[in-house]
Design a protein around this ligand. Structure first.
Ligand code: ZN
Length: 315
């Protein structure tokens, strides 16, 4: 039996046919046309799936179903994308359209949830029954794999781990709250904190790194300059890690996972980041005295976590 995984992103839709071992043996997809009617985009997707099944001389019956990961507020019970800010989609019945057009079974979940399932099934989390995924990108996404299963919460809308408040009256978040983890632990937060520190210290190496142009600051600026020993950059990185540590300690205490898995742009810092975080988390007894060790790992499926996890919705 094979599986179809679809990863809907902000700019493109990536699809793959996946074996039960988690190998992607055929890939296809298309860029999203934001001017296209939302229903037409899904119909186009359904048609492309059928074309590709034919193209590799398979039959629909060879596939258990179509799993989809989609950004935004997704009701995994009804299969509706209730709202996706990036895509401009509203109340789009994705599962209903896909099933009607393809006559294949279809399931959908939030993009971070399927990435979690991907890591738990085939990636960094495959040896654990309890793990937490944090994606450190433009925002902070989260996924929970608990007691050997993906945890989605009511209507599949749980695990918004980026929007736990870690600072009262803190920095305003895009969600309307203040002081969410996302405002500090995202790339966006890291860039803001880097710029703040640069404005305080005009002789910081970070200025040279961006050729004196503060608009060129990205998620790597502080980390790369910290590695060279720049005091201001070290301050930024330390502050960033402290905020992330608060989030991780909270998740440790609530879920007591075996592992925290980091994905997204900042996770490219690999051991430089995870070693520092582990030291801080360990210094706080993983959140509570007498509790077991928690591993802090980096996602090892990268951009395929979502596609593989979507396929795994049918495994
Ligand atoms: Zn928020």
């Amino acid at each position: 039996m094979h599986y179809i995984g679809i990863d809907i992103g902000g700019t493109s839709i990536k699809c793959g046919f996946v074996s039960k071992e988690g190998k992607i043996f055929h890939r296809f997809g298309f860029p999203i046309d934001h001017k296209e009617n939302q229903v037409d985009t899904i119909k186009r997707l359904a048609n492309l799936v059928l074309i590709n099944i034919k193209e590799i001389n398979k039959k629909k019956e060879d596939f258990a179903g179509i799993g989809i990961g989609c950004p935004g507020s997704i009701n995994s019970i009804t299969g509706v994308c209730c709202f996706s800010n990036n895509l401009g989609w509203l109340d789009l019945p994705i599962v209903e359209i896909m099933e009607k057009e393809t006559h294949l079974k279809c399931k959908i979940s939030n993009d971070a949830n399927v990435a979690m399932l991907g890591e738990a099934s085939f990636g960094a989390g495959r040896n654990f029954k309890n793990s937490v995924l944090l994606t450190l990108g433009t925002g902070v996404g989260g996924g929970l794999f608990l007691n050997g299963k993906l945890y989605e919460g009511n209507e599949g809308k749980g695990a918004e781990l980026g929007h736990v408040i870690i600072e009262k009256d803190g920095y305003p978040c895009t969600c309307g709250l203040k002081g969410c983890l996302e405002t500090y632990a995202s790339v966006t937060g890291l860039i803001r904190m880097s710029k703040e520190e640069m404005n305080k210290n005009k002789s910081s190496l970070m200025w040279d790194y961006v050729n004196k142009d503060i608009n060129k600051v990205d998620g790597k600026t502080a980390f790369e300059c910290a590695k060279k020993g720049d005091g201001s950059a070290l301050k930024v990185v330390n502050k960033y890690e402290d905020y992330l540590t608060i989030g991780i300690l909270n998740y440790c205490n609530i879920f007591r996972p075996e592992a925290i898995i980091l994905g997204g742009g900042v996770s490219n810092q690999k051991e430089y980041l995870t070693d520092a975080l582990l030291k801080k988390v360990k210094a706080h007894n993983y959140g509570f005295k007498g509790t077991p060790e928690v591993k802090i790992l980096v996602s090892n499926l990268g951009n395929d976590a979502g596609l593989l996890g979507a396929a795994a919705l049918f495994m």
